[in-house]
Design a protein around this ligand. Structure first.
Ligand code: MSP
Length: 668
């Protein structure tokens, strides 16, 4: 029998269209769900909408409609966006669903009857948007400790939950189960900042509005939106205090609640205590992911920097959005999204690394073997290395996914794809095709490439399912084994089709403006953009315009972010001046595993003769840039590290590596 795996997203407030941050969470949970299904689990994936509370009541009143009419509209929008991004959920719960409201009332009554909830009076600081009360010690400068907005003094009759009664039990559970909350730092924060100082009783009703589940037998009060919302994880599965449905019996305890960092406290303290009081086993894990910010800013309507998945999908395609959000969000810190970074990732990872690899491979196989998958011969040259890279990627991607390190899993898969691209450069199939003897070898090379992209597609299925499906269709196979050699020889592949059309930055911004209903860039604005492009074309220009003062230290960079920069020891194989450019030198650099062309704006400071044979430090994973060199578009693929580019008098000095440093070694 299959092992079960039950996972949930937080249910977003039904107060407006979800933005890309909320949508990221469902994409992330979906990737985990698809991965678990691929690994043979019997998965149940729950999501939904949180539909009660003052904010919704107020918004509906502003629009002159009932709260139910309001949430019906928003909930449909949420479903539409979830469907667009391919969320493969099994159930969508709405907290206005009748069965849920009844179950929540039942839960409240049980807790009241057994004395865990009692009636008292509440006075404190109230945050209207968060619908949360805070104590004097929690509030400084009159603002909400959670959202930073102003709080007001408020007093009301209310029901309280005796949180402290269960605090020790929960603390012990957390100490005995360090994997209960991930990342571990969030667990420590909960223990040290909330559990150890002692929990106060929690106010679990409101009487300042009516849009919520009524307290049984006391109509003036509605149940606190968090008690209502958190219960969705069990009511959706058929739990009531009187009887438990089949889904609940089969899938509870939940294997992972995937939520954002801001609501970790609700999920790791209030929710487990509620379950302890009900006598229901605790969830196995709560994973609190970071936030997706616009650049380094929090997304907010007032800043006008909110991005939506449906708009992004029009620009980058659904898998472009899925790929970017999943790869840009580290396991434990925040991620960043901007149009520029999306274009770069799209062009270099999806269009170049993945798309070109698939396209070239399928096209070459058509040309050389009339679409038939050839039978491989014995390993030669770097075949073993390629196979080892594939095996390594499979192993590491699985390990990462098991540890919720989703962006790292993608990184491993894309490293494998880069290795396959290099394999094409090493084996040069077009040369092999020229001779009969070469053709036998070509069969092996093509088989290895086809097999690598098949395995790549299988590994990519949880992340970019539509593209993975297209790759398998182009390969004409549905074999999903990760065993190298499973692709059947003798079968026909499909036709090569472009998976990701390269995005032209200028056209992109025009399309974006049109989409947003803004005027298309004027001729002058276009010129400005062109001028900016010129700057990129000749990097030395940038050096000349360098700031006249020492640059202030850049913002602190998390270690996780620093290690994303891959610097390598590279040997200068060739170096030449660029006709008509006083600044540029054209380099051919040996990275050990591949050679790269790089343009560097150091012609004023070094001659080609001085550079040839030297070892330099190169940023090897910088997205390639197109530069216009004497009217021809050329790629600069990497950057030579030098000092002085930004200093007042711009004395540029290349950072040479030790002559004994092995080529290709990573610098850290
Ligand atoms: N309704 C509550 C959750 C109740 S769960 C029983 C809520 N809703 S929310 O709409 O504010 O947030 C929904 C989810 O989206 C939360 O997990 C939240 O952390 C997440 N995110 C909100 N903004 C986000 C980003 N900018 N980036 C990533 N996730 C973000 O909280």
């Amino acid at each position: 029998m299959k092992e079960k795996f039950y996972l949930t997203t937080a249910i977003p407030y039904c107060s407006g269209k979800p933005h890309i941050g909320n949508t990221y969470e469902v994409i992330l949970t979906d990737a985990i769900a698809r991965y678990k299904r691929q690994r043979g689990y019997d998965v149940f994936f729950l999501t939904g909408t949180d539909e009660h509370g003052l904010k919704i009541e107020t918004k509906a009143a502003e629009q002159g409609i009932t709260p139910k009419e309001f949430v019906d509209g928003v909930s449909d929008k949420v479903k539409e966006i979830w469907a667009l991004v391919g969320a493969s959920y099994d159930k969508f719960i709405r907290t206005t669903d009748d069965y849920h409201e009844k179950a929540v009332a039942g839960i409240f009554k049980k807790l009241l009857d057994q004395g865990d909830i009692y009636k008292g009076q509440y006075e404190g600081w109230y945050c209207v948007p968060d619908e949360a009360f805070f104590t004097d010690t929690q509030v400084t400068d009159g603002v909400c400790p959670d959202c930073g907005r102003p709080v007001q003094r408020a007093k009301e009759d209310a029901y309280f939950f005796r949180m402290s009664k269960y605090a020790d039990k929960l603390l012990k559970h957390m100490e005995d189960n360090p994997g209960f909350v991930e990342p571990e730092a969030r667990l420590k924060e909960m223990i040290n900042n909330f559990l150890k100082p002692g929990l106060q009783d929690l106010c679990v009703t409101r009487s300042s509005f009516t849009w919520g589940v009524q307290v049984p037998g006391d109509e003036k009060h509605v149940i606190y939106v968090w008690i209502d919302a958190l219960s969705n994880y069990i009511t959706a599965m058929g739990y009531t205090v009187d009887e438990q449905g089949e889904l609940f019996k089969k899938y509870w305890p939940c294997d992972v609640h995937v939520i954002g960092k801001d609501i970790v406290r609700f999920h790791t303290i209030y929710w487990p205590i509620l379950l302890l009081a009900l006598g229901v086993p605790l969830p196995k894990k709560i994973y609190g992911h970071g936030w997706l910010n616009f650049g380094t800013d929090k997304m907010s309507k007032s800043k006008g920097n909110v991005m939506y998945a449906d708009e992004l999908a029009q620009l980058f395609g659904v898998d472009g959005v899925r790929y970017y959000t999943l790869s840009a969000m580290p396991y434990s810190s925040d991620g960043s999204i901007t149009y520029d970074s999306m274009i770069t990732a799209y062009n270099s990872d999806l269009a170049n690394n993945l798309g070109n690899l698939v396209n070239r491979t399928i096209s070459m196989n058509k040309k050389y073997f009339a679409k038939v998958v050839p039978a491989p011969g014995a390993d030669e040259g770097t075949d073993g290395e390629l196979k080892a890279a594939v095996a390594e990627a499979c192993k590491k991607a699985y390990e990462c996914m098991d540890g919720y390190k989703v962006s790292d899993a993608l990184y491993e898969i894309f490293t494998m794809l880069r290795r396959a691209n290099k394999y094409i450069d090493e084996t040069t199939p077009w040369t092999l095709a020229k001779t009969e003897e070469g053709k036998a070898r070509l069969a092996t090379v093509m088989y290895n490439l086809l097999e690598t992209i098949r395995i790549g597609a299988v590994l990519l299925t949880p992340f970019i399912p539509e593209t993975a499906g297209k790759i398998l269709a182009q390969l004409g196979t549905d074999v999903t084994s990760l065993e190298f050699g499973s692709l059947e020889s003798g079968k026909e592949t499909g036709e090569a089709e472009v998976l990701f059309k390269r995005i032209d930055e200028k056209e992109f911004y025009e399309q974006l403006a049109a989409m947003k209903g803004e005027p298309a860039p004027t001729e002058n604005e276009k010129k400005e953009t062109d001028n900016k492009m010129e700057e990129v074309k000749d990097t030395a220009e940038v050096v000349e315009e360098a700031v006249k003062e020492y640059e202030p230290l850049a913002e602190t960079c998390a270690f996780d972010d620093f290690v994303k920069i891959d610097m390598r020891v590279a040997k200068v194989l060739e170096c030449e001046t660029v006709p008509k450019s006083k600044k540029l030198l054209r380099f051919k650099l040996d990275l050990g595993f591949e050679t790269r062309q790089v343009f560097s704006g150091i012609a004023k400071y070094y001659t080609p003769e001085e550079m040839i044979g030297k070892k330099v430090v190169m940023v090897a994973n910088l997205a390639p840039r197109m530069m216009k060199i004497n009217g021809v578009e050329e790629e600069s693929n990497g950057m030579i590290v030098a000092s002085g580019g930004h200093s007042p008098d711009a004395v540029v000095k290349v950072l040479f590596a030790d002559p004994d440093a092995p080529v290709g070694d990573r610098i850290s």
